[in-house]
Design a protein around this ligand. Sequence first.
Ligand code: TRP
Length: 369
Amino acid sequence: MTILDENPRDLDAHSDASYAASRARSQTLHAVIDDPQARGRAGLRVLTGDRPTGPLHIGHLFATLGSRVAIQDKGIESYILVADYQVITDRDSVGDVHGATLGQLADYLAAGIDPARSTVFAHSAVPAIGQLTLAFLSLVTDAELRRNPTVKDELAATDGRPLSGLLLTYPVHQAADILGVHGTVVPVGRDQLPHVEQTRAIARRFNSRYAGGEEYFRAPDALLTDLPVVPGLDGAKMSTSRGNGISLGMTADETASRIRKARTDSERRISFEPDTRPEVASMLRITGLFTGERPDEVAARIGDGGAAALKRELTMAVNDGLAAHRARRAELAADPEYLEEVLRQGNVRAREVAVRTLEDVHDRLGLRL
Ligand code: TRP
């Protein structure tokens, strides 16, 4: 038996047992983070990231940006990765990755990410992450990579593309993102759990195979968010490519026009029935997220007003709710030199940390010249 044979079921993060274990660890972590003394002692470091595939939308605001800012404001050291090398896992080219990166950065800062306290950096600026990936690839088997349920789902979503080596191995690259900066807390949705489990396995195996049992890498924990997944206007998952989303950077007029064109149904009385009226239900949900009401309360308020009244309510709720964010974002977007400078400084900081990790790893591998 080699190190690679241990707990092969560990990575089956969609299995109930593994999910329950991740949830339990995440809950413990939430408790630690909420306790000022405990979090001070725990030496936590957050690493999280987004693929720069396009503008961030209101789903990101509720699901991730808000909690990142809250964590940062609790004094926990945070690293936020613009995962540019992950863009080509399932498409041919990165597109306007620079524009998308600056747009995302503007949204981070507008949402309250403070570059003095949080380090925003990009894969492509930190080559040490790529080199750590090579070392970590020695610690995984092709069978466990092929089993990764999220990779399988992503492959299935590409309509018959062959499985590229990068798509197959990107969870290991993601482990290098996390361990490269010694991240211990990874705020993610459930779909990313298999990658966190893979990272935990890599940390354990590295320690036992190459570090003589010393706990050089701490196995990170996923911090699961209980926030609702924000649906798109059509009831499906909000996504940039589906055109069913409202991006944070849209103007109020663009928002109104996107909502006006969205499909609903012809029933006049507005009711919250997600199974039979998915579009209407989504619009009620999104309105409620901004107004603080439950979707059925919004529906009751609109009553017989029909789709026109629902869309009016939704447009107002979104545009009012995003006005402050959009004003800050517009100011930042008007100053690309500032955004470039923030990214440059974040890249320098992340590079320093990752290079030190790589040197430590080389030491333990016996690769130091
Ligand atoms: N795969 C993540 C996503 O698509 C982005 C990401 C890249 C990430 N590296 C990461 C998330 C490391 C958490 C930790 O959302």
